[in-house]
Design a protein around this ligand. Structure first.
Ligand code: NAD
Length: 295
């Protein structure tokens, strides 16, 4: 049976690894935070105390880490995965990182005889928990096909965007749009509230009108409008402002690569950056709604 080593059991990775276990796949897990490893052990995964222990006999390595520097360090540091793997493996990185970093990682792994695909996700913590994530994959078709069983256990829509790095480009385009939509939706809702409207009524109206979008449908930023979303839970959990700021930084460098014109992306980046700098970095990104409130 295929052995999977899973690294990074945070807001997203914990649920993703649980879904692999539910699909009866053979999963060994590791995170720097011991309590997260225990959480997964309770769910039926094999816990490990070190990188070396986690990759023993691994055929597939999956990582779900904050940023590119974490992935490079986990893979290539002296105590990193490549220095402990005895056989050859398929690496699947689901983190959102620079496309150039994914390409460089792919080349380095190839030089060690391993294979690599970038497979960033969309769908948020709810999608991770429900196993309905969208995977946006860059890599060889044969590796994409080999990863399918794993990805299917964690997601619903699985796209092959192109060569290694292409998954990250598509993901970053999507997240720049998401930031613009979240800021715009917050702005419109707050303007309605400022003019005496009930945000729930406003949301219902816009949901059936031309302003309809993903944030209104599934992730309303105004507290109390929708149950089970971060805005109704003091903006805890979900997708951190810090991570959205990281993605908007990636969007700006992606745009710079080919001189793409991204004025709304730049504005969204400034809005989220000011919001993060004001001490909100660890809140869910929908908390940008608060940036539009009167003092
Ligand atoms: P998170 O900060 O909640 O989790 C990251 C986990 O990685 C932490 O548990 C941390 O301890 C662990 N980690 C860091 N370095 C490690 C190492 N060397 N070895 C093992 N574990 C290590 O982040 P998250 O929200 O789960 O996001 C993970 C990635 O997914 C990010 O790249 C993010 O941009 C992307 N993403 C997040 C969401 C979301 O809604 N949260 C949605 C789509 C994509």
């Amino acid at each position: 049976m295929t052995n999977i080593a899973f690294f990074g059991l945070g807001n997203m990775g914990a649920s993703m690894a649980k879904n692999l276990v539910k699909a009866q796949l053979n999963v060994t897990v590791f995170d720097l935070v011991e309590s997260q490893v225990q959480l997964l052990a309770d769910a039926g995964a094999k816990p490990s105390k070190s990188v070396a222990e986690a990759v023993e006999n691994a055929d597939i390595v999956i990582s779900m880490l904050p940023a590119g520097k974490h992935v490079e360090s986990l893979y290539f540091d002296d105590d990193g995965i490549v220095n402990h793997l005895t056989g050859k493996a398929l690496f699947i990185d689901c983190s959102t990182i620079e496309s150039s970093s994914a390409i460089s990682i792919g080349k380095q792994l190839k030089s060690h005889g391993h294979r690599f695909i970038d497979a960033p996700v969309s769908g948020g913590v709810a999608g991770a928990a429900a196993g309905t994530l969208t995977f946006i994959v860059g890599g060889d078709k044969a590796d994409f096909d080999e990863a399918h069983t794993c990805l299917q256990a964690m997601g619903k829509n699985i796209f092959h965007a192109g060569d290694v790095g292409a998954g990250q480009v598509a993901k970053i385009c999507n997240n720049m749009l998401l930031a613009i939509l979240m800021a715009g939706t917050s702005e419109a809702l707050q303007m309605g509230i400022d003019n005496g409207l009930d945000p729930k009524v406003m949301s219902d109206i816009m949901l059936q009108s031309s302003g309809r979008n993903w944030t209104l449908e599934l992730y309303n930023p105004c507290p109390g409008v929708m149950p089970n979303v971060p805005s109704s839970n003091d903006y805890q959990g979900g997708f951190l402002v810090d991570l959205m700021n990281k993605d908007l930084g990636l969007a700006m460098s992606t745009a710079a690569n080919n001189e793409s014109v991204v004025p709304l992306g730049q504005l969204a980046k400034s809005i989220f950056q000011m919001h993060g700098n004001a001490g909100n970095g660890r809140l869910d990104f929908s908390s940008v709604f608060n940036a539009y409130k009167h003092g």
